[in-house]
Design a protein around this ligand. Structure first.
Ligand code: CO
Length: 152
């Protein structure tokens, strides 16, 4: 595994729509492993492929409940509302309140191309929404209703 450079806000690439994955080979597995290492070393809970410069619909998440890999993910249902402070590894100094669903169900493929589904609440639901937004060129600052100062 290798740590990759994280693309920062302001770079045009983060505004592009990512393409679906059609080939489930070792190149994809290396990308997934590298993304996970990059996320963990940066103390993040989620990372989308465009954040490492790859415009493919690939996401890794770990909110402390284990590693989740999503290929071509789709949100199939969303319930409730949850307003909380959110950040992004592509904008290490920015934080803001974003309203997200309290609960979401996601359908995706795993690294072998097999269908998987997940349910997430609170932080995990937020991570699903935030990372899937990245695949469509949407950043949390587009959705934040209030930015906040944080000194850590
Ligand atoms: Co992000």
């Amino acid at each position: 595994m290798a740590k990759r450079n994280i693309v920062k806000f302001g770079e045009e690439l983060l505004r592009k729509k990512s393409r679906e994955v059609t080939v489930f080979d070792d190149k994809l597995w290396v990308l997934l492993d590298d993304m996970y290492e990059t996320m963990r070393e940066s103390n993040g809970v989620g990372l989308a492929a465009p954040q490492v410069g790859i415009l493919r619909r690939v996401v890794v998440i770990d909110v402390g409940e284990g590693r989740i890999e999503l290929i071509n993910p789709v949100i199939v249902s969303a319930k409730g509302k949850n307003r909380a402070v959110e950040g992004c590894l592509s904008a290490p100094d920015q934080w803001g309140y974003v309203v997200r669903p309290m609960k979401v169900k996601v359908k995706a493929l795993n690294r072998y191309g097999k269908e998987v589904s997940f349910e997430g609440e609170e932080l995990l639901a937020r991570a699903f929404c935030h990372e899937i937004d990245h695949l469509n060129g949407v950043l949390f600052t587009d959705l934040a209703d209030e930015m906040v100062e944080r000194d850590d």
